[in-house]
Design a binder for this molecule. Structure first.
Ligand SMILES: C[S@@+](CC[C@H](N)C(=O)[O-])C[C@H]1O[C@@H](n2cnc3c(N)ncnc32)[C@H](O)[C@@H]1O
Length: 742
């Protein structure tokens, strides 16, 4: 494992002192520990953390395997509340040690149901520096496959309890320019269903201005008739990068790495960060991160973005945050290479340009911003964080945190003199002005559709929140447009976008009223924020729930221009009934925590562990299989959707530390637990120490029939972690967070 160019390039950058170089390279050659994070609301997370600490760690402590002492899993010291873990054992140990096999099986099942996320330790860092609160408007600009999005969503949902999801007042937009990967975001987020969540599929460097009605809930005519730009309190730019910080697990990088990789990404990275700066609320915060060591993708991007908004933003000193995290300061000088041979001899862009024949100068792909600017000392680049593998046995990573300077915080930039905006846009340091112009023209295009553009000049469009004074657009007109948008505008901004529109139902929609009645939902159920996914707004099958802010954003913006893939979370579905009988609505398993606070308490049945065991052990147990009083209660209920609360406590074979609320479906004589197979297995394993489910028994039977050779293919067997890594390399982000198994 050696790449001479890598060594030459990074030695030239002085990323570590000479006497640390060998330690750095040795660390890069060692396998990366397996790391994971306990997800979900604090309550569940702590229960699971205790299970690991009190049940698994003692069995893995002082483990000797083939004469060697195996280290047990340990907490990642800097991660808050002991919710992140790491262990470093070989495949052989994982396969053959019964104790580790059991631990791995537990991890696989909990990952399947979303309680655990396998994530590289360093990849957990950026969200921790964002300090997201439930009321924040947050955007994750390069979000797929979504491990950091999940952390942001958890922070937005800090008020959730173990059984019910809060409806935070803020929102999180997860965006990715790759549509296949955007679908991953929807899939991932199903693990933490949120009415405050949206997914878009856009190029972050030209992310359009999103409009927000100033008074979304007030329809009075007298209310000020304005609309404003949606500005974000927190923005994550976890940009595409060369990914050489992931060398420890993406072993192919050793062979393919070449020094120009980062040069080619610098411009896109800078434009994404610049775009984020334009979208930031006055008191907001941006976190910029890469899993690359290359200063051209890191400090050079930070410097270029600061210079293109001269004097408006500053790097935040976060050295006191996460005190146990060992980090190095950002570089204040670096030497870009001009070719594959690691020629870093040009001290400045000017010197490089002068070295080229005159007729070749226009062809160069290198920009002035690849080099350190002359004003680096004013930027405090040392406030950026560099994480190296030898410091605490992780991958390599880079994080920078930005806020507006105090002098630019108090207003919404409306007071920024126009001259400053012009200067900053045309600053000599700005990379690729052609692309910046593209950004501007896109925004104007958005504005043309949304507001009267004639009186908005390009500078204010870019730098300021959009406002109209009502003379040119009345609130009724604006709402007219919203309704049209919500019901599938015939003049779509991007007709090539094939996703279904997001159409809000009227609270008195007959189907919605039937559903509320059938499910016995309280009057407080937020029926005004229920949407369906079809152009006509027909309540055909599934109901999604959003919060009011998401509703405002959906209604105020053309969904095709936003390339809006998802908004809110699916909570209820219609179960077609036999001819002549009414369709039945049922709460989805993943939607139950969201709907639970609105289900009238008297509707919820109380049940015990015995009933739960029966429900896990067969698909459709007869009502007569249960003991009293659950049996009579179940028999007395009509067919359809029901909810059972399994009360915390102890039985002879298990302990439930917190109440568990689960959806049931009753047909005439039998009952079924309405959660998927994987969730059932995880629950069974967590509660009863073994997988009692039908699926597991069937799998066991098949395994027996197939003979001993088939063993390795069963779901409960520890997978080959090498295979996991291969998959990560192929499918996931360059910083490669992944499942424990496929
Ligand atoms: C480093 S990965 C992000 C990893 C992600 N934040 C996570 O933690 O799971 C970079 C992502 O940026 C996306 N991307 C690339 N160019 C983009 C662009 N111009 N706009 C938005 N996303 C982009 C890629 O598809 C990729 O998913």
């Amino acid at each position: 494992m050696h790449n001479q160019r890598f060594a030459d390039y990074y030695k030239a950058q002085n990323i570590v002192p000479d006497d640390e170089w060998d330690q750095l390279m040795d660390a890069f050659r060692r396998p990366l520990p397996t790391t994971f994070r306990i997800t979900g609301s604090r309550d569940i997370a702590h229960t699971l953390g205790n299970t690991i600490q009190e049940i698994y760690v003692p069995t893995l402590n002082n483990l000797v395997f083939e004469g060697e002492t195996i280290p047990p899993p340990t907490n990642i010291p800097w991660y808050p509340d002991d919710l992140a873990w790491q262990f470093n054992v070989s495949k052989k140990v994982l396969r053959r040690s019964p104790e580790f096999k059991k631990f791995h099986s537990f991890l696989v099942h909990e990952t399947d149901v979303g309680n655990i996320s396998r994530q590289e330790a360093v990849s957990m860092l950026p969200p921790l520096f964002m300090d997201v609160q439930p009321h924040h408007k947050v955007i994750d600009l390069c979000a797929a496959p979504g491990s950091k999005t999940a952390q942001l969503l958890e922070a937005l949902h800090a008020d959730d309890t173990s059984t019910s999801t809060s409806i935070p007042p803020g929102l999180l937009i997860a965006n990715d320019s790759d549509s296949r990967r955007s679908h991953l975001l929807i899939h991932q987020s199903a693990r933490l269903p949120s009415p405050a969540f949206m997914v878009t599929n856009l190029d972050a460097s030209i992310y359009p201005v999103l409009k927000l009605p100033s008074c979304p809930h007030d329809n009075r005519r007298a209310v000020k008739k304005t609309s404003s730009q949606l500005l974000f309190d927190r923005i994550l730019c976890d940009v595409p990068c060369s990914g050489d910080g992931t060398l420890r697990k993406n072993l192919g990088i050793w062979k393919r790495w070449q020094p120009m990789d980062g040069n080619g990404l610098h411009s896109l990275q800078t434009r994404i960060l610049q775009r984020a700066m334009r979208m930031l609320a006055p008191d907001g915060r941006i976190v910029y991160s890469t899993c690359s060591l290359n200063p051209v993708e890191n400090e050079a991007v930070v410097a270029a973005a600061l210079n293109s908004n001269l004097g408006m933003f500053e790097l935040v000193d976060v050295s006191k945050q996460l005190p146990e995290l060992i980090r190095r300061s950002g570089l204040t000088t670096w030497s870009p290479t001009i070719d594959r041979n690691v020629n870093t001899s040009f001290g400045s862009y000017d010197a490089y340009i002068r070295s080229l024949p005159e007729d070749k100068r226009a062809d160069t792909k290198l920009l002035e911003t690849h080099w350190p600017p002359s004003n680096t000392e004013d930027m405090y680049l040392e406030r950026c964080m560099r994480i190296y593998p030898h410091l605490q046995d992780t991958g390599g990573f880079f994080v920078a945190v930005f806020e507006r300077k105090a002098s630019h915080k108090s207003s919404n930039l409306a007071h920024v003199p126009k001259r400053v905006a012009e200067d900053s846009d045309t600053a000599s340091h700005a990379p690729e002005t052609k692309k910046v112009r593209l950004e501007t023209s896109t925004q104007i295009e958005v504005a043309k559709d949304n507001i009267a553009i004639s009186r908005v000049d390009t500078d204010t469009m870019v730098a300021n929140p959009i406002t109209t004074d009502g003379k040119q657009e009345t609130i009724e007109q604006s709402q007219g447009q919203m309704t049209e948008t919500a019901h599938g505008n015939s003049t779509l901004a991007d007709p090539s976008f094939k996703e279904m529109p997001h159409t809000f139902l009227q609270p008195n929609d007959p189907a919605l009223l039937t559903c509320i009645n059938q499910l016995n939902l309280a009057p407080s159920f937020p029926s005004s924020t229920v949407l369906v996914r079809n152009p006509a707004g027909e309540p055909v099958r599934s109901f999604y729930l959003t919060n009011s802010l998401v509703k405002s954003v959906v209604q105020a913006n053309d969904y095709t221009r936003m390339r809006l893939m998802a908004s809110g979370t699916k909570v209820i579905t219609k179960q077609e009934a036999a001819r002549g009988t009414d369709a039945q609505y049922r709460v989805l398993g993943e939607g139950l925590p969201v709907v639970l606070p609105y289900i009238k308490p008297e509707t919820i049945m109380h049940a015990d562990f015995g009933a739960l065991k029966v429900l896990l052990q067969s698909y459709y147990p007869l009502c007569t299989s249960f003991v009293e009083p659950f049996r009579s209660e179940m028999e007395a209920r009509g067919p359809g959707s029901h909810v059972a609360r399994f009360i915390a406590g102890m039985s002879s074979d298990t302990t439930l530390s917190r109440d568990l609320v689960l959806p049931l479906w009753k047909s005439n004589v039998s009952v079924s637990l309405m959660i998927d197979k994987k969730a059932k297995s995880a629950l069974s394993l967590r509660l009863f120490g073994e997988d009692l489910t039908v699926a597991a028994r069937e799998q066991g039977r098949k395994k027996k029939l197939a003979g001993p050779g088939a063993e390795a293919a069963t779901a409960d067997e520890p997978r080959n972690l090498e295979d996991d890594r291969d998959r990560e390399n192929d499918e996931n982000s360059v910083d490669g967070d992944a499942e424990f198994h496929e």
